[in-house]
Design a protein around this ligand. Structure first.
Ligand code: HPA
Length: 275
């Protein structure tokens, strides 16, 4: 084993030991993206840890992303909520969340529920809409598994977004009377938004939404044996499909406005998951 692998394994083991020492045994992890952060407040009976105290977790760069792991309850489930993700566009490193996902797996987490903010490529899916990911397009062609050795790195991504969990999410949305779209999510590196020509390209490639996250964590989760469910909160139409100007502030403002509908749905979905 080389030194880098040993250091990674040690950091994961230490992080998992800290989580286990809390006495909690989460089986579901929920990774919060823009617009979804109020979910932490809906979790009961919580113990919080800072990413900074978990050596396998990333150091976060974006203001407003807390970098906190919240262990608690959502209905009958014990959950681990990751408030804050490090994006590949910050440093070019697609492995930023690798240690965190490996730690969750080491603690016995079986399901990763991901959330994000995304742009719509579908005229019928407007700002404020919610979309369940059925599949993804890795436009960046970067892999969080680069440098890994062993056969586990050749991850099968068929049904990367678990069909059974997707059915359960649709059923929970239907019970609440919330429209849940579904579609393919295209991961672009960012941080710049797309050009109108790129948006037309992504539409032709068969994507319904575009965003700058989620896919590396899905690949990592599948690598470490977790099932994945992922939800996009649509904050804008893709560049050129509507005459709005895009900015990070616009994404955050739309995400916050729609979060009031998204967060209760997320709670209902997580509560109803059969793990
Ligand atoms: N493009 C990429 N990422 C995004 C967008 C977008 O239009 N909206 C929110 N995240």
């Amino acid at each position: 084993m080389n030194e880098r692998t040993q250091a990674f394994d040690d950091a994961v083991a230490q992080s998992a030991a800290r989580i286990r020492a809390s006495g909690r045994q989460p089986r579901i992890a929920v990774l919060l993206g823009s617009g979804w952060h109020e979910f932490s407040a809906a979790v009961r009976d919580t113990v919080s840890m800072r990413y900074a105290d978990l050596p396998a977790f990333p150091v976060l760069g974006i203001a407003g992303h807390a970098g906190t792991l919240v262990l608690g309850r959502c209905g009958a489930h014990e959950v681990a909520v990751l408030a804050g993700r490090k994006h590949a566009y910050e440093t070019g490193d697609a492995q930023a969340m690798k240690g965190a996902i490996a730690t969750l797996a080491a603690c016995g987490v079986q399901v990763l529920v991901q959330t994000n903010a995304g742009g719509s490529l579908e005229p019928s899916m407007r700002s404020g809409a919610l979309m369940l990911l059925t599949d993804h397009l890795n436009i960046t062609q970067r892999s969080p598994l680069q440098g890994d050795t062993g056969s586990e790195r050749f991850v099968d991504l068929r049904d990367a977004y678990d069909p059974s969990l997707r059915r359960q999410a649709h059923a929970a949305a239907q019970r609440r009377g919330v429209t849940l779209h579904e579609g393919v999510y295209a991961w672009v590196l960012g941080p710049q938004f797309e050009t109108p020509a790129e948006i037309r390209m992504l539409q032709r490639l068969g994507a319904q939404a575009v965003g700058m996250s989620t896919v590396p964590e899905t690949i990592l989760a599948r690598r470490f044996g977790l099932r994945v469910l992922a939800l996009s909160l649509i904050t804008n139409m893709g560049c050129g499909l509507h005459d709005e100007a895009l900015s990070h502030a616009h994404t955050l403002a739309s995400a916050q406005a729609a979060g009031a509908r998204a967060v209760p749905l997320l709670h209902a979905i997580v509560e109803a998951l059969e793990v």
